[in-house]
Ligand binder design. Structure first.
Ligand SMILES: [Zn+2]
Ligand SMILES: [Zn+2]
Length: 379
């Protein structure tokens, strides 16, 4: 619904100053804001009316036109198009200010259209040994950084930065669409200045007005002991640069733990195969074996069976949040000799005999079973 007398709506006199108009508008906008009057359906109507009146009186051209011709709308002017802000374009920022300007630290009256930087991802590969000790890894990150030439303003140093004509520096434009539900007002970011409210006369020669440039940063990331394969570490503030005062993004480092040739990981425990002889398995032994950090003494119990596990407490991996290390578990692999000398074969037969076991027909020599049986002459 068109406003017929914006002065009456705002309750100001014809010769009211711009400041008077602004403060009257703020007072009324607060009073009639739909959020403040959820139960009063007329409040929203009043709120819109106040906004419309202010958009007329805050625009010197429109105010003058009203004073002169008594019209409040472009449509009455015929061919009067072409001037910057459409109806109501001016009031977004002021509305913002009306509600937030007095409370927060914004004060300046300009809505904040800063843009935060992008979050980025980097991948890093580490070894099991790194998981044990923690490590520092150098990584390269391609990211945006504030342009050093223009200091992030986007304008060539020394050139002027003006107020955007499209949105009058408000950073947003309001559109009124007529639908079957009535007119619907939407506020969108100004397409000309993309919300900054500023117009750069001469774009920065280095960043072409983008305010940021792309760099490849050499960073060092601290990887704590105990990380898992796939653990994601957040490095705060090391992502893309924020624009117009926005916060920088974060860097997410995804850790891959390379497979180890000797040790298999199960959470904080490590498994490793350990080859022993039949004699060691049968009689027991004290040996040394490599762990992830130095050698360990291992007691092979007498009568160990294949796949038996020997557990070394506290020689596995740490947890990410500290505490005792896991265990290192050796899985015994009993090696069976493949080629026996005659003497050893003789002893094994004797061994079987003494144990009341069946005496093998093979002799453990030459090309397999048949070869053993028929291919060689016994002495
Ligand atoms: Zn620049
Ligand atoms: Zn603009």
């Amino acid at each position: 619904m068109p406003v017929t007398d914006p002065y009456a709506v705002l309750g100001v006199s014809r010769d009211a100053s711009a400041d008077d108009i602004k403060s009257a508008y703020r007072r009324l906008a607060r009073k009639f804001h739909p959020d403040v009057n959820p139960d009063d359906p007329t409040a929203e109507e009043k709120f819109k009316e106040v906004g419309e009146a202010y958009s007329i009186l805050s625009d010197p051209e429109r105010r003058q036109r009203f004073d002169q011709y008594g019209v409040t709308d472009d449509s009455g002017m015929g061919g009067g198009g072409g001037y910057g802000p459409g109806p109501g374009a001016a009031d977004f920022g002021d509305l913002f200010e009306a509600f937030f300007g007095g409370m927060g630290g914004m004060g300046g009256g300009q809505a904040n259209f800063s843009r935060d930087g992008d979050d980025l991802r980097a991948d890093v590969s580490i070894t099991l040994r790194d998981v044990l000790t923690g490590c520092e890894k150098p990584i390269k990150v391609k990211r945006t950084t504030p342009c050093t030439h223009c200091g992030g303003t986007g304008g060539e140093p020394g050139s002027e930065i003006k107020t955007c004509d499209t949105c009058n520096g408000q950073g947003a434009v309001r559109r009124i669409a007529n639908t079957f539900l009535g007119s619907v007002t939407t506020t969108t970011t100004c397409p000309t200045c993309r919300g900054t409210g500023k117009k750069i006369e001469k774009p920065c020669s280095k960043c072409q007005g983008k305010k940021v440039t792309v760099e490849t940063a050499d960073l060092t990331v601290n990887i704590p002991a105990g990380v898992q394969h796939g653990t994601t570490l957040r490095v705060s503030g090391q992502g893309g640069a924020g624009i117009d005062g926005g916060q920088p993004g974060d860097l997410y480092v995804v850790v891959a733990v390379a497979r180890d040739a000797r040790f298999e990981r199960d959470d904080i425990h490590l498994y490793a195969p350990l080859d022993i002889t039949f004699a060691q398995a049968a009689m027991g032994d004290q040996i040394e074996a490599e762990s992830l950090d130095g050698t360990v003494k291992i007691s092979i119990p007498r009568g160990s069976q294949p796949q038996a596990e020997v557990r070394i407490k506290g020689r596995g991996l740490p947890r990410l949040r500290g505490g005792a290390r896991g265990d290192l578990i050796y899985v015994l692999r009993v090696k069976v000799p493949k080629d026996l000398s005659q003497e050893r074969a003789e002893l094994l037969r004797k061994f079987a005999e003494l144990g009341n076991e069946r005496i093998p027909e093979g002799d453990g020599q030459g090309g397999g079973f048949l070869g053993g049986l028929f291919g060689k002459k016994k002495k």
